[in-house]
Design a binder for this molecule. Structure first.
Ligand SMILES: Nc1ncnc2c1ncn2[C@@H]1O[C@H](COP(=O)(O)OP(=O)(O)OP(=O)(O)O)[C@@H](O)[C@H]1O
Ligand SMILES: [Mg+2]
Length: 245
């Protein structure tokens, strides 16, 4: 599904990604861990096509297509979803209208018929229930005044509505209380199937107790320096990076 080869990327002439190689197949969950500043969010931003990053070397294929040649919208329409480490607030656009627009545009791009108002409402209610979000949040401006944990929950609501093939979740667990962590993790698990894949960026093994990864990768200075199974995260928690990498 995703094949990253020797990806190098810079911000303002500073090379941050220094040769990332990563393959993700349908049905898999990958966890990416690493020190602050290692390049995890940069990798997610480059994959999403955020402006300001220059790919200087390497390739990314997503579902057989050259991902780096696509606009951010095309990447999303083709099934890539990024949940931000710091979700953005959009004042004046209600959550429900934002999602209506996003879903409609994606369906149009894919040549699917528009959802009727009733179908859309049913879907958004189901998805809100999945993350145990009260209906009142649907009419509020996107993330505006949401608490940190509410924003993270809202990201998973967006994911549920857009049904991505590949979801990259950047520190979705940060700032969540214990109950919210379980709710969000259960929501993510319910969205998993044999046809989609998830990349979780996290600092803590705790999330991986709920969402069990097939692979754990450690990034250091813009490179994957070690890959293992879920036991690597446990080892990391116990011994720290210095002993493991
Ligand atoms: N716009 C920018 N200008 C200069 N340097 C930047 C810019 N954006 C990111 N960087 C640098 O790139 C490096 C990687 O940052 P990135 O956000 O990818 O780290 P991270 O692994 O996600 O860290 P964290 O765990 O703290 O979220 C950092 O040293 C950061 O300061
Ligand atoms: Mg980050």
């Amino acid at each position: 599904m995703l094949n990253i080869q020797q990806l190098h990327a810079s911000i303002e002439d500073k090379e941050i990604l220094q040769g990332i190689d990563l393959r993700v197949n349908a049905g898999e969950v990958h966890a990416i861990m690493g020190h602050n500043g290692a390049g995890k969010s940069t990798l997610s931003a480059v994959l999403a096509g955020k402006p300001g990053y220059t790919v200087t070397q390497g390739s990314v294929t997503f579902c057989g297509k050259d991902m780096l040649a696509m606009s951010p919208e095309e990447r999303s329409h083709n099934g890539f979803f990024l949940s931000f480490q710091y979700p953005v607030e959009i004042q004046g656009v209600s959550n429900i209208n934002f999602l209506k627009m996003a879903v409609a545009q994606k369906r149009k791009y894919l040549g699917l018929p528009e959802l009727s108002a009733a179908e859309f409402l049913k879907k958004i209610r189901e998805c809100a229930a999945l993350v145990e979000m009260e209906q009142s949040f649907l009419s509020r401006s996107v993330n505006t005044g949401f608490s940190g944990g509410e924003k993270k929950r809202n990201e998973i609501l967006q994911m549920a509505m857009l049904e991505p093939k590949l979801a990259m979740l950047d520190e979705t667990d940060s700032g969540l209380d214990i109950d919210a962590l379980r709710v969000v993790a259960n929501g993510i698990n319910r969205l998993r199937n044999a046809n989609n894949a998830i990349i979780l960026i996290t600092h803590y093994q705790r999330l991986l107790d709920y969402i069990v990864p097939d692979f754990v990768h450690i990034i250091e200075q813009g490179k994957i320096v070690k890959t293992g199974d879920k036991s690597l995260a446990l080892e990391l928690e116990e011994k720290g990076y210095q002993a493991v990498v």
